[in-house]
Each structure stands twice: as C-alpha cells, then as structure tokens.
Write a protein that binds this ligand. Structure first.
Ligand code: ZN
Length: 298
C-alpha cells in the first residue's frame, strides 16, 4: 500500500518536474546577438558574449551574422518577432530598409535593445537608432549629432549642446573605478557604490540626441589618462516607444569580457532591457573599489 502511494507521489513529482522544465525553457528570454561587421574583434567577443548570457541561465541565445562590410545586405534579415532582445555587437554598414523598419517596430512595440561597447559607434546617420542609444561616438559624429552629456562634480547631469567638437574618444586603456549613479535601478541594485573595472577603454565625449536618458553608471575620465576631466556616462537607459534600450560602453575585447563587473552588468542590462526586471544576483566575486576581478569562462 505504502509503496503504491510512494510510487504515485514519485510519478506526480516527475510529471511536475517535467512540466516545470518545459515551462522554464519557454520562459527563457529570447536573445539575438547581431554581429558580422565591427572595427572590434567580433569573432572573438561574440562566443564570449554567448557564454556570458548562457551562464546566466535565463537566456536562449542566437547569433545573426551579417555579410562582410561592403557586401550586399539586401538578403540579410532578422525575424525580430522571434526575440525579446537584440544585443548589438555590430558597427558596420546600414541594414536593408525593410530590416531597419522591422527593427524600429520591434523596439517601439516593447522589444529590448542592449548596445554593447562599439554598438553605439554604429549608424551615425540613422536617427531612430541614435535616439535608442542616446549617445554615440565616431562614424563622423559631431555637434550636429547632438550635445555632450556628462555629470558634474555634484552628480548632476549636464547636457552641453553648445560646445563644438567630435563625438567619441578615449585615452589609453586603464583600470578605472565605476560609480553607480542610480543605486535603486534594478540593474544597479545591490552593487557596491564604486567598483574597480578592468583595464579598458573609457569612452568620452560621446554625442547624440540624449533624450530621456537615465545615467546608471559613470567613470571619471582622469586627465592623467588623457581623459576629459568629466564624469563620463558608461551605462545608460532610454525608453523608445514601449521598448527599453540600454547602452553599455564597457568591454573593448574578449579580455575585458572576463572581468566580473562586465559579465554581471551585461547579464543584468540584458535581463532588464527584455523584461524591465532583474533577478540575476550580485555574485560573491563582484569587485570592490580597489581591484578588478576576473572569471574563467571556458
Ligand atoms: Zn573599443
């Protein structure tokens, strides 16, 4: 009698377990990384990005690779209806008009965008994309692209539309501290107020439309490191239609993708852009103020 009861309980548990597994697979955030052209080493960084997102356990990850620079992109299309989130590891030729239109519709209708590092170097001539990233660099950007945006010593956002000059610059790489500016935002919640990033490029003098920007994190660009002497925004969010866009300028190459703050911030930015929430915890190995920390992703 007891053994029949136990068998039934076990059976029920097994069925429930299977149902849960199916549900969790269906509930995963569907993410596509777009790469294929970049002045950065996308062939090295995309596999690490895939590992970073898969390690979080909540993403189903696809990669869409465009034709090479200068090749015909008319046949390259991504079916955005299959995804919750687009991760831009791309800095290259404009997409075909139909794909650009469907991308804008995807974001307007509530899709997520995570622009990773040089993702905000892309598409200087595409107004909608620049609204989504808020601030960008290079690609011919200048005062016509929009104002500079930085934080003053009191932490107040300064938008400077007057000063002429190029958009986009960085000094030699160094291991700079990052300051959390919105500690209650889901992406930043629970992180140390200041933590040490790895040796990386500190983007400065970015320019763009800069509408409705929330600056989550900055770093002070030290003049000793050929910096702007400003608190430069490095992670920011922008609403676009019903969509959530995050620009995260960290992570120049695969080495920088092994620093724990880069990993955790990419995971959290991705989750928030897709869902508006963050469930990924702050790990034990997250860096403090003095030293960056690293993880093997093999
Ligand atoms: Zn770079």
């Amino acid at each position: 009698m007891l053994s029949t009861f136990v068998k039934r309980v076990c059976c029920l548990a097994l069925v429930l377990c299977c149902l849960c597994t199916v549900a969790s697979a269906q509930d995963k955030i569907r993410l596509v990384i777009i790469d294929g052209q970049n002045n950065h080493n996308w062939k090295a960084t995309t596999p690490v990005l895939v590992k970073i997102f898969e390690d979080a356990g909540i993403f189903d990850v696809d990669v869409a690779t465009t034709p090479e620079q200068g090749q015909d992109v008319s046949g390259f299309n991504v079916d955005f209806s299959k995804y919750d989130l687009v991760v831009m590891n791309y800095n290259g030729d404009r997409w075909n008009p139909e794909m650009e239109k469907s991308f804008v519709e995807f974001i307007v209708n509530g899709g997520g965008l995570l622009s990773y590092h040089a993702g905000n170097n892309a598409f200087a001539s595409w107004p909608a994309y620049n609204e989504m990233i808020a601030l960008g660099g290079w690609g011919g950007r200048n005062h016509d692209s929009g104002p500079y945006l930085y934080l003053d010593n009191d932490g107040k956002v300064v938008i400077d539309p007057v000063q002429p000059g190029p958009g986009g610059d960085h000094g030699p790489q160094w291991a700079f501290p990052i300051d959390v500016r919105e500690p209650d935002h889901p992406i930043m919640k629970g992180l140390p107020k200041r933590f040490r990033h790895c040796t990386d490029e500190l983007y400065q003098y970015q320019r763009g439309p800069a509408h409705n920007v929330t600056v989550l994190a900055t770093a002070f660009a030290e003049p000793d490191h050929r910096g702007s002497n400003r608190n430069e925004p490095l992670i920011l969010t922008v609403p676009y239609g019903k969509g959530r866009c995050v620009t995260n300028m960290l992570g120049h190459d695969a080495d920088q993708l092994h620093s724990v703050d880069t990993i955790v911030l990419l995971q959290r930015c991705a989750e928030w852009a897709a869902t508006g929430k963050v469930t990924i915890p702050v790990p034990e190995d997250f860096p403090g103020e003095d030293e960056p920390t690293f993880r093997s992703l093999d």
